[in-house]
Design a protein around this ligand. Sequence first.
Ligand SMILES: [Zn+2]
Length: 109
Amino acid sequence: MADILPGLRGLQPCPLCKTAYVIDNMRVVEEDCGAQLVHMTCGQCQNSVLAFIVDPGLGVGAVGMLTDLSESDVLRLRDSSGLDENAVIDFAQMIRKRQKEFIYHFMKD
Ligand SMILES: [Zn+2]
């Protein structure tokens, strides 16, 4: 599954500090039908990119985006159905009801 990683050395460097990615900081987090989802962390600035890699046999194509998700976050959330409107409203109401507690816990770290 990780055989594609050596071929990714030629990809664009970190978009923030322009440091080249190293294989040790790349992980294939999902693979399906010749396409891979790769999480890459910059060894210099520690920012991460989630890249969708496709190799149709004529060369590697990639689309990436900056993310604050760690590799474990991606694995945990990849099958999540996401938030719906009710979950957002419930969360907003919970914060409103327990505002002092929320601020205390948010500020203590
Ligand atoms: Zn960087």
